[in-house]
Ligand binder design. Structure first.
Ligand SMILES: [Zn+2]
Length: 153
């Protein structure tokens, strides 16, 4: 069932801390901020993130209106997906240092390869969790809530 913008914000607020706990990202500074996202290729962008692995900082921008067509499970999948970018955060250090001194066209090529590679790795981790380990995002959030001593319905 579709959600309202308020529902989306509530689901994010109620689950990010628990999912971060379940994923052992305790030493990361993680912020989820609402914002409008422009789509460059016509697809609907629901969330994007900036990773600063040197300072273990992840900032996720989510478009609550664009997320409203999702159900809660799909939104939790999106939250988990964005948190997984922190799990592979060390690659961002490689990304930023490897391109030093390269010309703009080569930087674009490496950026495209990097984007594809990171999404592929995250997709593999998601399949491992969902299919291989039967640990979907909802279960992961409940596990984190238990660890935090929160009431789990
Ligand atoms: Zn991604």
């Amino acid at each position: 069932m579709a959600m309202t913008r308020k529902d989306v914000i509530r689901v994010v607020e109620e689950n990010v801390e628990a999912m971060r706990t379940a994923m052992r990202l305790d030493d990361w500074v993680i912020r989820f901020e609402e914002g409008r996202l422009d789509s460059l290729d016509g697809s609907i962008a629901r969330a994007c993130c900036n990773v600063d692995a040197s300072y273990r900082e992840l900032v996720v921008t989510f478009d609550a209106e664009a997320c409203a067509d999702k159900d809660e499970q799909a939104l939790l999948d999106t939250i988990r997906h964005e948190l997984l970018h922190a799990i592979i955060g060390s690659f961002y250090i490689y990304r930023t240092t490897a391109v030093d001194g390269l010309d703009a066209s080569l930087k674009r090529v490496l950026d495209t390869v990097f984007s594809h590679a990171q999404e592929h790795v995250i997709g593999s981790i998601e399949r491992m969790l969902d299919v291989g380990l039967k640990m979907n995002a909802t279960k992961m959030s409940k596990l984190g809530k238990k660890r935090l001593g929160m009431k789990v319905w």
